[in-house]
Structures are given as structure tokens and as C-alpha cells.
Design a protein around this ligand. Sequence first.
Ligand code: ATP
Ligand code: MG
Length: 650
Amino acid sequence: MSEALANLLNETRQFPPPAELAAHANVTVDAYAEASADRLAFWAKQADRLAWSKKWDEVLDWSNPPFAKWFVGGQLNVAYNCLDRHVEAGRGDKVAIHWEGEPGDTRTITYADLHELTCRAANALTELGVTAGDRVAIYLPMIPEAAVAMLACARIGAAHSVVFGGFSADSLSNRIQDASAKVVITADGGYRRGKPSALKPTVDEAVASCPSVEHVLVVRRTGEDVAWSAKDLWWHETVETASAEHTAQPFDAEHPLFILYTSGTTARPKGILHTTGGYLTQTSYTTHAVFDLKPETDVYWCTADIGWVTGHSYIVYGPLSNGATQVMYEGTPDTPNKGRFWEIVDRYGVSILYTAPTLIRTMMKWGDDIPAGFDLSSLRLLGSVGEPINPEAWMWYREHIGRGELPVVDTWWQTETGAIMISPLPGVTAAKPGSAMTPLPGIVADVVDDQGQSVPNGGGGYLVLREPWPSMLRTIWGDDNRFLETYWSRFEGMYFAGDGAKKDDDGHIWLLGRVDDVMLVSGHNISTTEVESALVSHPSVAEAAVVGATDPTTGQAIVAFAIPRGTTDIAGEAGKQLIADLRNHVSKTLGPIAKPRQIMLVAELPKTRSGKIMRRLLRDVAENRSLGDVTTLQDSSVMELISSGMSGAK
Ligand code: ATP
Ligand code: MG
């Protein structure tokens, strides 16, 4: 950015925590003071929430930055912390997972069950020759075996590399090769949109080009026919017959726990390496602090897929290390109907719901009457992650899902950060719709200008992290140079997140989208997020994506793509009128500088498989270029529709 981001959106609404929640919150305002008095002592205290086999000698070794070592000399076993210690404390009968398959089949898995399955899987993997330090690729649908597979790897010290079940054979093969995985754990298939969706053929194709793979372990989920090779073993014949006795060995705090590839929204995916002690400390603490999780009474549900970091940190490691009871759902939100999510909340009495802006906006598009048809009174806290949440989407979430009274925690973090970094604390923070608010206790974040100087309140620039944090990535797998270049070379001594942000007049942080997406219009840096939020604040718009397209007079001009809400009429003149209204609405909300040159009404937007809008493809369309790489798109037909609509538009 050649100058600071223009600061256009002025949002003044603010919602203090419900009194009842604040009175009994797990974490109070004192945590901030405690952490700023002695950050390392604060993190040591959070590490003490876990069971260590050997206590650490030093909290942080930062003698060779940016290669951090946390809890140096300490030893623990992650699976022991997520399972055995709850069972040993007499909580074996407590439900760990209420699982619901897409066709409606269900499984209730207690901590004792999950422990037993994990021990069997650990023994089976050991018999297959997997030892500490090896890598195992996991390519599974959202079934309990996905969590079991991850925990079994952690238990024996093998690093897992979970690959989202929607990825192609090529993407899977690249990831298996990059990590030289020895074993692949997969299934015959899973259920998506009302029918079986095969996985095994993709694995067969991928493994053909992966000489490192010795065995493929296959869970039977759909029962469909699969091809079989000498490397293949059925899970039910291998894992379920293995011994249920397994003693977890402790591993060094810096022992690799997993590799996970970023979602590839902006660049070639990066294999992010996370380690053991610091990662578990921060995921466990943030689950306790940000979701105010009370394991005795709450029913928690994170709707992410296990193939993304949110599934790792906030389905597996964070909730299970806290002994939570949670819901896990296999399928899509509109199967068999658009009320599926709310039916699940109603049936299991979900009290904490953690989902993504893309889903909230989809629900807005589908209409308010759908959630209104269910009893959502069990909910007490709502969370959001994955993209900036537009203030109107935040308000809709609070009004229509949260009865107009529940706190919404907008949590900013990345695959690289491992755990939540910037978020309201639900019992402390008076949250503003659209703002991630404040770095959590123990986290030192800032917004800086081009020179790396902290911007004053009211200013915009780049989001950075000034101090190391326990769950930070340790490197990019096999590529220390890319690690240094991507995150640590932009600003001296600071982690560069790649996101634009602003500080409002109170110093609260607002995420403004990827630095790569920022638009330069007549010399002003304008954030895509703010223009999108202005569009979404119009009652006829559910979702919007905005890009900068080359323009002979203004350098770049704003081109917007908007999805109309519910029953909005967009045929003929009505559509033209709506477009004119929207351009004026943006101009009135943000100022004439932000008025889009062009707005196109569309039915869908291009999204990655993790649900993030892919603006770079829309930029290709807006600038009449042929499309770039579309392989990480959820549905590539969306782009054909948009491209043909664009060439038809004036
Ligand atoms: P790649 O780095 O390969 O392009 P990615 O950045 O999409 O992939 P993730 O680690 O899944 O992969 O996403 C992290 C990014 O998601 C953040 O950098 C930020 O841009 C966005 N994000 C996540 N949560 C929030 C939030 N609460 N508010 C704003 N942005 C968010
Ligand atoms: Mg990223």
C-alpha cells in the first residue's frame, strides 16, 4: 500500500455482554492485566491447565528468531490430554461427540469410547510400522474416525497431514508427496448433498504417484464398491481388532504434531507445521476463554470441516482437551432442507455455535423464516471465523440466531497462528458488529504503516504480531526460506499476517481483507471488506464481493458482485433500479470515492472449498482476462455463469 488504508466505514453500534454470562465468565478483565504484567508467566499458567509428564525448564526460547521454542524441555502427550485424563478423572461416560451423518444416522461417543478407539488405532498404526516422527495423511469425511485418526497419530508421535475430502487426486498427491506420508487413512466415501460421494478412487489415483505410501487404511462408510490393491486395509479389520490397551508416551513440547496446508486463497498452499506443547496450550486456553466453555453443561458445535485449521483447533484439540461435549455433523447445511443446521441445534440443545460468515450470509439469503421455525433457545454464545464478517451479517446472526441478546465473538486467526488471536472475550468485551476488537490476553498485535510504525487510532494499514505466541507455526514444512520470506521479511522483527486492518477511535481492530485485495482508487487505498459491508447493509443484498479493475481515469475502479436476498425481484427494470440504488447506497454510506463503477447481480460467488470468496478470479472477469487457477474453487461452474453474465453486461 502506498499510503494508509482509507477509513470509510463508521459503525457505532456496540453490545455489552449479557449480565448473567459476565457474572460467571471463565475469563474476566483481570486476564488482560495479568498477561501484560508478565506475558510468559501468563502463558505458563495456561500451560498448567494441561497434564505434563515433565515440566518445562523455560517458557520461551526466542534466541534464534523467528524459530521459536515454547515450554523448552517439557514433555506431554496430546491424546492423553484430550482423552485419558478425562477418563481417569471419572468422566469416561460423558459424551464427547454427538455425531450426525448426513442421511440422518447418529452415533453417540463417550470419552471412554473415544479413548478406546484411539488406543486401537494407535496400536494398529504402530503395527503398520508408523513410528514417532513419521507422517500420516488423513483424507476422510466428517466422521468420528477423522478425530480418532488424528488423535491416534498424536498419541504415537506421528505428524498428521489432514487433506480436505473435497480435494482432487492431484492436490492430495502433492500434499502426500510434500510430507512423504507413509500411511493414508481414508474411507470408501462420505455423504454429500443427499448421496454417497466416493473418496477411495481419488486416493487410488493419488497414491499411484506417491512411492512413500506403504499402506492405505480404509474406513467403510458408504458401503459402495471400491477397487482394492495390495496396500489397502480395512479399518474395521485392522483398527477395530487391534488391542484397546495402549500407554501414551510423552513427547517433547516441540515435537511435530501436524502439518496443514493453508486454503490457498491468495497463493500456492503452504504446509504449516505445528508442534505439541504450545499449540495445545493456546487452543485449549482459547476454547475456555473465547467460547466460555463449561464442559459440565455446554453442548458445543463448530461447523467447520476437519480438513481446515478450525476443525483441528476447535473440533479436535481445543474442545477435547477441555473435556467438552460437542456435535459433529457430516454433511451440507441444505440437505435434506435448508433448516438442517437449526434442526441440529434444536435436537442436541447446542449452546455454543461456531461457524463462518459465508454460512451466515447464505442463511440470510435463504430467509429469516427458516431459523424462526426452530427452537434455538439453548444457544448462549455465537462465534464467527474465516473472513471479515460484515456488520449487517453480524447483526442478522445476533438477531435471528441469537434472539437479539447473545454475544457474537468474531475471531481472527489463521492456519499459521494455530489458535484464536484477536477476539472479544464474551464476558468482558462490549463487541462492535464487524470488529474482532482486541488481541487476546498474552497476544501482542498491532496495525502498522508501510514503514512498520504503529498507526494511531483512526488509522489503517497492515496487521502484524509483535511478539511470539505459543501456537505459532514453527516453519513451512521443508521450506524455512519461504517461512522467512512470507511472514518475517516485510517488517523487521514482526510477523506479517497479510491482512489489512484499521484501528478505530477506541483502538479496536477491524479486519479489512487481504492486503493483495486492497483497491487503489484515485490515489486512495480502499478496502474490499468495507465496500462489501456497505452493500450487505442494503436490505436487498445478502452477500457481496468487490474487486478493483484497471480504469483509465481512476487507476482502479470498483467492480462489485452482489447476491440479492430472499425474494428480491431482479428481472429487467427492477434489476437495473436495484443496481442504481446500490451504487447510491454505497456512495452515501462510505462516500463518493467508494461508489462502484459497475455492479453485477449474481446468484453465487466463487468460493474456496473453505468458504472464502476468491476475489482474484472476479478480478480476472472484471478485467476481461482469462481465468487463473480455479482448482481450489468449490464449484467451478459459478465462474462460467459470472463470466457470461459479465460479457453480456454493458
Ligand atoms: P492462503 O494463505 O493459502 O491464501 P488462507 O489465508 O485463506 O490461505 P487460512 O489460514 O484458512 O488460509 O485463512 C486465514 C485468513 O482468513 C486470515 O488471514 C484472514 O484473511 C481470514 N480470516 C479468518 N478469520 C477472520 C476474521 N475473523 N476476520 C477477518 N478475516 C479473517
Ligand atoms: Mg493466508
